[in-house]
Design a protein around this ligand. Structure first.
Ligand code: UD1
Length: 419
């Protein structure tokens, strides 16, 4: 058991390299189940979630070898199991992403239903609606869901909500189906575009990824590929907010600036200087910042995965800010932890009203989920004194070497064992 110890930070300054995207890596790793040939994936982040999905793939019979840091070779030519153990699949919601590829290639898969999680109930009805529309039979019971289909047939389907996971799963299920599949009201997140590019590099025929209508012409077979994962826009956004919060001047390298537009726009609105060039972004803090109104929305709206970090920033931005969370039903758990540090946040349903303070004070706080954890670390950087964050396993799910990267920028952050 570890905790993160954070002491009041000088303005962050310097340059760091952003890691590969967790949320792009997970579906793409699952997508490796779609063909018999070996696939080389690079720019994979070294994270718990990535390790867990690799364990799940191994449990099915996929052979995974590490070529070097961030590069794996995946060989799914000898899949021998069509169910993943509950103990593994239950560790991570994204395990459900193996459903689409397994259904597409083998016509069968059995997996435990992902449960709720601290940020909301998170059902999978849209995933299942898509599989059923493609012709799969679905049976559920004893906490498991089982899919079977001798073959899948292309179809036109409308998602009631542009769910990222459902779009990814249906996309992967349909690439080998007979005929054309059209997904309407599809998610348009950059991770969907990356998944589609990866699948196309294997021979899939997909158009419209990144828009709300994706068209997939099924093909009989996919082949191996060599593919590099996009940079993590949420990691980059978190560091951009950290720079703004600590009065810093930070350059993030290896980013795709277009993916950062929502956070860039909000930081600029607050007065922070953000300059982007080809594959880097420089964030220079403002002496004083303006409060903001923020509403989380599907891409290209403001990402829910940066809402908690933004709340930490607005907790120390004079004036009244309003944050509305529209994606998840219960994603304000960090507010109570930030309040321990002196933040003034009132929650009314899905809206948080944040009265900015001059400063926060170091406290003992607990990360309740991944992004909540990041927001507490950022708050700790500006707080007076020492902050200790427990529940750091959540943070390690999604931030590669967070402590190291913060230290490279001048912060005093370290892991310490809990006796
Ligand atoms: C993905 C991201 C997560 C991000 C989220 C929203 C990964 C591994 N995770 O999660 O970091 O916060 O997108 O950008 O990429 N919903 C349904 N029925 C469904 C599916 C979803 O009602 O079948 C609802 C969810 O309960 C939630 C909303 O849709 O309220 C958004 O969920 P979704 O876009 O599916 O998020 P994930 O793919 O789980």
């Amino acid at each position: 058991m570890k905790k993160l110890v954070i002491r009041h930070s000088p303005p962050l300054s310097g340059e760091i390299l952003i890691s590969g995207s967790k949320n792009a890596a997970l579906p793409i790793l699952a997508g490796c189940l779609l063909c018999e040939d070996t696939i080389r994936l690079s720019n994979l982040p070294h994270l718990t979630d990535v390790r867990v999905i690799c364990e799940i793939l191994r449990s099915l019979g996929c052979v995974i070898t590490r070529e070097n840091k961030g590069t794996l070779l995946l060989d799914a030519s000898s899949i021998t199991r069509f169910a993943a153990p509950y103990g593994l699949a239950g560790k991570m919601r994204a395990s459900f992403l193996i459903m689409g590829p397994m259904l597409a290639r083998f016509g069968k898969i059995r997996l435990s239903l992902p449960g709720g999680c601290p940020i909301g109930s998170r059902p999978v009805n849209l995933h299942l609606k898509g599989f059923a529309a493609l012709g799969a039979e679905i049976s559920q019971g004893h906490g498991y869901v089982e899919l079977s289909a001798p073959h899948l047939t292309g179809t036109r389907l409308y998602l009631d909500f542009p769910s990222v996971g459902a779009t990814e799963n249906i996309l992967m299920a349909s690439v080998l189906a007979d005929g054309v599949t059209v997904i309407e009201n599809a998610a348009a997140e950059p991770e969907i575009v990356d998944l589609a590019s990866f699948l196309c590099s294997m021979g899939a025929q997909i158009t419209g990824a990144g828009t709300d209508t994706i068209r997939i012409q099924g093909v009989p077979l996919l082949h191996g590929t060599d593919y590099a994962i996009i940079p993590d826009r949420i990691e980059a956004g978190s560091f951009m907010i950290a720079a703004a919060m600590t009065q810093g001047d930070v350059t993030l390298r290896g980013v795709i600036c277009d993916h950062l537009k929502p956070v860039t726009a909000k930081l600029r609105e607050s007065g922070v200087q953000v300059t982007d060039s080809d594959d880097s972004v420089r964030v220079r803090a403002a002496q004083t910042r303006r409060p903001l109104d923020i509403k989380t929305l599907p891409f290209p709206g403001f990402p829910t995965d940066l809402q908690a970090q933004m709340m930490a920033l607005l907790s120390v931005t004079k004036g009244t800010s309003i944050i509305t969370e529209t994606i998840f039903e219960n994603r304000f758990m960090h507010a109570a932890e930030l309040a321990r540090m002196g933040a003034d946040i009132k929650i009314e349903g899905r809206t948080a009203i944040v009265e900015g303070q001059n400063t926060l004070t170091g406290s003992e706080v607990c990360a309740t989920d991944l992004r909540a954890g990041a927001s507490l670390v950022l708050a700790g950087l500006t707080a007076k004194g020492c902050t200790t964050v427990t529940g750091v396993h959540h943070i390690e799910r999604g931030y590669e070497n967070l402590d190291l990267k913060l230290r490279m920028l001048g912060a005093d952050v370290e892991f310490s064992e809990i006796p």
